[in-house]
Design a protein around this ligand. Structure first.
Ligand code: GAL
Length: 358
C-alpha cells in the first residue's frame, strides 16, 4: 500500500516536472530582442517601455536596446548580440531601413523570426511580419488637414506652403510624404498652392535623422530666402511629417516673430509632449495620435502566435513590399489630434495627464 502511494506520488511529481519543463519555463522564459532606433525622441522611449512592460506581463524575458543616437553600427552590433544571446524573436525598428541586410542573414540562418516594427526593413527576406500604423493614412490626414484649414476647394488663394519630411533612410517617409502630396499635389498643379522655395521633391524636403535642429536651420534659411514673416511674405502653411521636425519649424517661426495670432498652419505626428504644448499655445496646428500601447499589444500577440506555431493576425497583404516581396502587415489606425479633441484622445485614455501638457 505504502509502496504504491509512493510510486503514485513519484509519478505525479515526475509528470508535473515534465509539464513544467516542457510547457512552463521553456515557453515563459523565451527571450525577445527589441531594437529601437534612438533614445533621443520621446516616441521610441515610449514604444520600448510599452513593449517591455507588455512582453514581461505575458511572461517573456526582454532584451531592449536603443541604437545610440540613431547610430546604425550600434544598432547592428546590438542585433548581433541578440542573435548570439539566444533571442527567439527580434522586433526591430530600423534606423536606416536598408542597413540591416547582412545582420539579418544571420537571424534567418538561425531560424529567428523578425518583426519590422513601425518602419519597414528593406531588401531582406529575413523579415516575417510588419507591425505599424497606416503610414499612408498618416500623410493623408495631414494633407487633408491643410486642405481643409486653407479651404482649398472654395477659397481663391493662391496660398504659400513649404514642405518638410523626415529621414531619407526611413521608408515611412515615402508613405507620409506620398500620402500628403497625394492630397496637396493637385492644388500645387493648379497653382492654388505655391511652394515659393521650389523645394517640392521628397529629397528636397527631407530632414536627416528627423532632427529638430536641422529642420530649424532649413526653416530659418527658407524664411531668409523668401522674406517670410508676420510683416513680410505671407506663409500660409508648412507641411511637416512629424513632431520633432515641426518643433524645429516652430522654433524658427517664433524666432521670426510669428505668434499664435498669425501662425502658419503646421502639421506634425506623434503627439509628443513638446508638440502638444505648442498645439495648446497655438504654435503648431495638429499632430497625429498613434497610440503606441496598441501597437505594442499587437506585436505581443504576433510574437505569441509565432512561438505557438500559429499564423499571426495581419490586415494588409498588399501595401508593403520591401524589395524581396510583400511583407504581411498589421496596420493600426492613426487619428488626428488638435486642441479640440486632445482631451478625449490623450487625457481620457490615460496616455498623458493634463499636468504633463502644461
Ligand atoms: C517614423 C515614425 C514616426 C516618427 C519618426 C521619427 O518612422 O513612424 O512616428 O517618430 O519616425 O522618429
Amino acid at each position: 500500500m505504502r509502496k504504491s502511494f509512493v510510486s503514485v506520488v513519484t509519478l505525479f511529481v515526475f509528470a508535473l516536472s515534465v509539464c513544467v519543463g516542457f510547457a512552463g519555463p521553456a515557453f515563459a522564459a523565451a527571450r525577445i530582442g527589441i531594437s529601437m532606433p534612438t533614445q533621443s525622441l520621446q516616441r521610441w522611449n515610449q514604444d520600448g517601455a510599452n513593449m517591455k512592460a507588455q512582453f514581461e506581463a505575458a511572461g517573456y524575458e526582454v532584451d531592449l536596446q536603443f541604437g545610440g543616437d540613431n547610430e546604425v553600427p550600434v544598432q547592428v552590433a546590438q542585433i548581433e548580440n541578440m542573435i548570439s544571446g539566444g533571442c527567439k524573436v527580434l522586433v526591430i525598428s530600423a534606423i536606416d531601413g536598408s542597413s540591416l541586410t547582412t545582420v539579418l542573414e544571420d537571424a534567418k540562418a538561425q531560424g529567428i523570426p523578425v518583426i519590422a516594427y513601425d518602419r519597414l526593413i528593406m531588401n531582406t527576406d529575413a523579415v516575417s511580419y510588419y507591425a505599424t500604423f497606416d503610414n499612408f493614412k498618416v500623410g493623408t490626414l495631414q494633407g487633408e488637414f491643410i486642405r481643409n484649414q486653407l479651404n482649398l476647394d472654395s477659397d481663391a488663394g493662391p496660398f504659400n506652403i513649404e514642405l518638410f519630411t523626415g529621414d531619407p533612410g526611413d521608408n515611412n517617409i515615402n508613405f507620409f510624404f506620398g500620402g500628403a502630396m497625394h492630397i496637396l499635389q493637385p492644388y500645387i498643379d493648379s497653382g492654388k498652392l505655391v511652394v515659393p522655395s521650389g523645394q517640392v521633391t521628397r529629397d528636397q524636403a527631407a530632414t536627416p535623422g528627423w532632427s529638430t535642429e536641422r529642420a530649424q536651420s532649413r526653416m530659418e534659411n527658407l524664411i531668409t530666402a523668401n522674406g517670410y514673416g508676420p510683416n513680410g511674405t505671407v506663409l500660409h502653411a508648412v507641411y511637416s511629417s512629424n513632431d520633432s521636425v515641426a518643433n524645429g519649424i516652430t522654433n524658427a517661426l517664433v524666432g521670426a516673430g510669428y505668434t499664435a495670432d498669425n501662425f502658419p498652419i503646421l502639421t506634425g505626428q506623434d503627439c509628443d509632449v513638446t508638440s502638444m504644448k505648442n498645439i495648446l499655445a497655438g504654435t503648431q496646428s495638429m499632430s497625429i495620435f498613434k497610440d503606441t500601447r496598441t501597437l505594442a499589444a499587437q506585436v505581443v500577440k504576433m510574437v505569441d502566435a509565432i512561438l505557438k506555431g500559429e499564423e499571426p493576425e495581419v490586415n494588409d497583404t498588399e501595401t508593403y513590399d520591401n524589395g524581396t516581396g510583400i511583407i504581411p502587415s498589421f496596420l493600426c489606425d492613426p487619428v488626428f489630434c488638435t486642441v479640440d479633441n486632445y482631451r478625449e484622445l490623450l487625457i481620457d485614455s490615460g496616455y498623458y495627464t493634463e499636468d504633463q501638457l502644461r
